[in-house]
Design a binder for this molecule. Sequence first.
Ligand SMILES: NC(=O)C1=CN([C@@H]2O[C@H](COP(=O)(O)OP(=O)(O)OC[C@H]3O[C@@H](n4cnc5c(N)ncnc54)[C@H](OP(=O)(O)O)[C@@H]3O)[C@@H](O)[C@H]2O)C=CC1
Ligand SMILES: CC(C)(CO)C(=O)C(=O)O
Length: 339
Amino acid sequence: MKIAIYGAGSLGIILGAYLTKGGIPVDLINRNALQVEALRQQGAQVVGSAQFTVPVSALLPSEMKERYDLIFLMTKQLDNERVVRNLIPFLQDDGVLCTMQNGLPELGIAKILGESRVLGCTIAWGATLEGPGVSRLTSELDTLTFSLGSLTRKKDDALLLEVKDILEKMGPVHIEENFLGARWVKLLVNSAFSGMATVLGCTFGEVSQNKKARLCAQRIIKECIDVARQANITIEPIQGKDAVKLFDYASKLKQKLSFFLIPFAMKKHKNLKPSMLQDLEAGKPCEVDAINGIVCMYGKNVQVPTPYNDLVVETIHAFEQGKGKPGFENLQSFEKLQH
Ligand SMILES: NC(=O)C1=CN([C@@H]2O[C@H](COP(=O)(O)OP(=O)(O)OC[C@H]3O[C@@H](n4cnc5c(N)ncnc54)[C@H](OP(=O)(O)O)[C@@H]3O)[C@@H](O)[C@H]2O)C=CC1
Ligand SMILES: CC(C)(CO)C(=O)C(=O)O
């Protein structure tokens, strides 16, 4: 199987390093010439929770010549239509694209490639680019899990099983038949913790320790659960935890319990710094429309209000336009929503 990672940055360098180390040849493709040069000269360097360096095959998009059976898509979800259309000539006629992006990217990509040629995978671990060819694994080693699926394929589908074997060179892969439900649980985590940590300029741990920030995260989780329920989506567990059971509430008592549980649920992920915040710090636009924005869009469609998600989107877009910056002072505007 001829395989590529398209958009080998924070995540892609780490996945590429693990696959290559595990004996799966893979091309790491990136538009940034410095990255490609460093990957060629020094190899893919993983630092942080795991530390190793592996010689890899790295290419610029202009150097792509082959047609791939499987492309892992790891660019940010800002320009997906153009990126995916440009990849069509580099996919075999029966080749598939597996998007590892956050949000709900499969639906848009399926409109371009057709449902049968799109796989999706949620990644429950985190990574931060440290420099050309170097990426820091920020999650603990027992959380390097993947949730793999598609809009149409069953659990025993041969292709899903083949991709599972490939990804298991890095960590456990769960094939998810209710794949949208698996997407929604990651969307819930990203909306609440990536959203708030980006607004406040902090880590997941700091969101859950600060009671005002935790309250906002709790409300965002509740909005996601309410929207998904109204849209007939059954949210799946993540890393063995059932977010709906833990965090949905109809009574004051359950609401208090859910608030109390948040720091425990986030313990293993306390050091995560969201990729949205990393983008803002690098002066780049971020994926907020594909994360909190998607929840707001679904909310409108099913008529469930999403005021906390709306304010995250509004606040982060303001930062992108140079109005304000991430910091705990932004909690003030969220406090107004409680009245
Ligand atoms: N980082 C994380 O911890 C996690 C990220 N995700 C998701 O995974 C996806 C990738 O994230 P991440 O690895 O952080 O992203 P990065 O921005 O670190 O990596 C993407 C890389 O792709 C390059 N790129 C962008 N557009 C193109 C293009 N058209 N052609 C070739 N190369 C391109 C970028 O270059 P340039 O620098 O020039 O933009 C960048 O180096 C996102 O959807 C994110 O939400 C999911 C879980 C965790
Ligand atoms: C929070 C994290 C690292 C979880 O995998 C993530 O999805 C992101 O930063 O985009």
